[in-house]
Design a protein around this ligand. Sequence first.
Ligand code: AMP
Length: 216
Amino acid sequence: MYIILLGAPGAGKGTQAAIAAQKLKLVHIATGDLFRQAVEQGTELGMEAKSYMEKGILGPDELTIRMVQERISVPDCESGVVFDGFPRTLTQAEALDGTLAKQNKAVDKVVYIMVSEEELMKRLGGRWICRNCQTPYHATNLPPKIWGKCDLCGGELYQRPDDTPEVIKQRLQVYFEQTAPLIDYYNHAGKLLEVNGEGDADEVGKRIVTALGGVR
Ligand code: AMP
């Protein structure tokens, strides 16, 4: 099963992809996390990715597609994947279709998580992430039990450098221009499921599983 979670930055793709991957026993692939790992490791890819991320713009399609192709060729992905933050352009969506088709596979469903722009701004502004396991928290909506520490692994929480008001604005603009057209692309393919992404994370998680047909 190959599922894509589509939505603006701050729509809750990371949180929901982790929930869905666990429930459906799929591998969670977040391209943003792959880029951030490369930045932390100081690899060549990381140095290139850093400059795009800091500006709130997308990395080049070719680089991103290659990174995803490498990741999905690992055997743990054979039974399926939840994609989070990928694809983000039509070129990426077409490349994913092509890559899966070569293995006689296809994207099964695309969950579009809908959240108002006002709510997105609020969420991104208060977001804190675990440096170790990437679990997201929110200063007011979802605070950790101990301030600054991850409830799950005790890792240090940090604010993403691209969660500043100027970069958030840029990332939303990039989303509306380059990623939102994918809503039509997958709608035409008969794969789109629209889910209300407002409310608490567990509630949204239930809506997603119901939309996917109550799978498992
Ligand atoms: P995210 O954590 O998904 O918000 O991604 C953080 C940043 O990583 C984005 O602002 C982009 O610079 C880069 N990035 C993540 N996914 C992609 C993608 N599919 N295509 C291009 N750039 C990406």
